[in-house]
Design a protein around this ligand. Structure first.
Ligand code: HEM
Length: 344
């Protein structure tokens, strides 16, 4: 995380020049978080992993486009342009995954390494091999491939959006930007690289991140289904009914957060206790909550601490505030900020 972020900061410093320059920070955050999750999942096979994730990103886009076209029973089996491309991309993704997995296995079998590695793929393969009672290799392989895809989808766009909105909020609130910068300098020194053991000392940054997750929760809705008849207050919910938990509405409720519910006020996370599992649910709650929550928060702190210690940023005149909700909440026209390198 630290390495990828330092590389990005160096490039932005060059692109912005001494006097500063405009950057669409959303695009940069997407590339950075995709880079980080690819390295986390595929470490040594990172280049192949990146190629695979490029295919997955196009696949996701094509599937979304396909749903906007006329559908009738069986239409997904027709050899239309979208269906053919979707089929090709799916096959390519699986081919690349099998190639990566096979080369890990070959290394272990030839004795070049004793395990499959300590990245996510390596951990899953080690686990699969240690379960000697399980002979269902094909099913397990499919499971591992599916986990790799899930982690990529679940783990990069959400974090990229958190970072993008937080940069927008900090650019728009110079007092909080300065406060967080002072804190980062105090904890890590003027040009010190972030270290994991001291991240918990960044209390102002944590409040800003929480407030950003409250105002712009990347997952705006949580779909659930009632497994049994149940009663919620005055509501009777029959078994089998689909329920959507409206995270965005709960996070903006004046009844829960007060009259300033729509305003940026990180201090609200400093004093008054709030019901974290009910009123504040950016990572959901209960047994199916986000498994990557700690990873995402660590990543966000490292990236924001690095950028804030190296740049001063303001909102560009080209920025148009237009959040749109397409399951996640995105800035429709991106977030343009002016980055001015700071002397370190
Ligand atoms: C700011 C960043 C993130 C947010 C806001 C977020 C939010 C969520 C939410 C709300 C869920 C529950 C969805 C549901 O129950 O319907 C979820 C599930 C999940 N998240 Fe995250 N997430 C983030 C980052 C990550 C990261 C970085 C990873 C992986 C490294 C990750 C992996 C997962 C996985 C695998 C699940 C499915 C868990 C399950 O079904 O048991 N997430 N996330």
């Amino acid at each position: 995380m630290v390495e990828c972020t330092s590389r990005l900061a160096e490039r932005l410093r060059k692109e912005a020049g001494e006097g500063g320059g405009e950057v669409e920070i959303g695009e940069e955050m997407h590339k950075l978080t995709a880079d980080i999750i690819s390295r986390t999942e595929f470490g040594s096979s990172f280049e192949k992993g990146k190629e695979l994730f490029n295919h997955l990103t196009v696949l996701q886009r094509r599937c979304a486009q396909a749903t906007r076209h006329l559908c009738f029973p069986g239409s997904r089996f027709l050899p239309s342009k979208y269906n053919r491309e979707i089929k090709y991309l799916k096959m390519e993704v699986e081919r690349l995954l099998i190639e990566i997995i096979q080369s890990r296995r070959d290394c272990a079998e030839m004795g070049r390494s004793s395990t499959h590695g300590d990245d996510l793929l390596g951990l899953l393969l080690n686990e699969m091999d240690s379960d000697k009672n399980n002979n269902n290799n094909n099913n397990n392989l499919q499971l591992i491939m599916d986990e790799c895809k899930t982690f990529f989808f679940a783990g990069h766009e959400t974090t990229a959006l958190l970072l993008t909105w937080t940069m927008m909020l900090l650019a728009d609130n110079p007092t909080w930007q300065e406060k967080v910068r002072d804190e980062v300098r105090e904890v890590f020194g003027c040009d010190g690289l972030p270290s994991v053991d001291r991240l918990s000392k960044l209390t102002s940054l944590s409040k800003v991140i929480n407030e950003s997750l409250r105002l712009y929760p990347p997952a705006t809705l949580l779909p659930r289904m009632a497994f049994e008849d149940l009663k919620l207050g005055d509501l009777t919910i029959p078994k089998g009914l689909s329920i959507w938990i409206p995270v965005l509405a709960i996070h903006h409720s004046e009844e829960l957060w007060g009259k300033d519910a729509n305003q940026f006020n990180p201090e609200r996370f400093g004093g008054r206790p709030f019901a974290s599992g009910r009123h504040f649910i950016p990572f959901a709650a209960g047994p199916r909550n986000c498994i990557g929550q700690q990873f995402a928060l660590m990543e966000a702190k490292i990236i924001l601490a690095t950028l804030i210690s190296k740049f001063k940023f303001t909102i560009s005149n080209n920025y148009r505030h237009a959040p749109i909700v397409v399951l996640t909440i995105k800035p429709k026209y991106g977030v343009q900020v002016i980055l001015k390198p700071l002397d370190s």
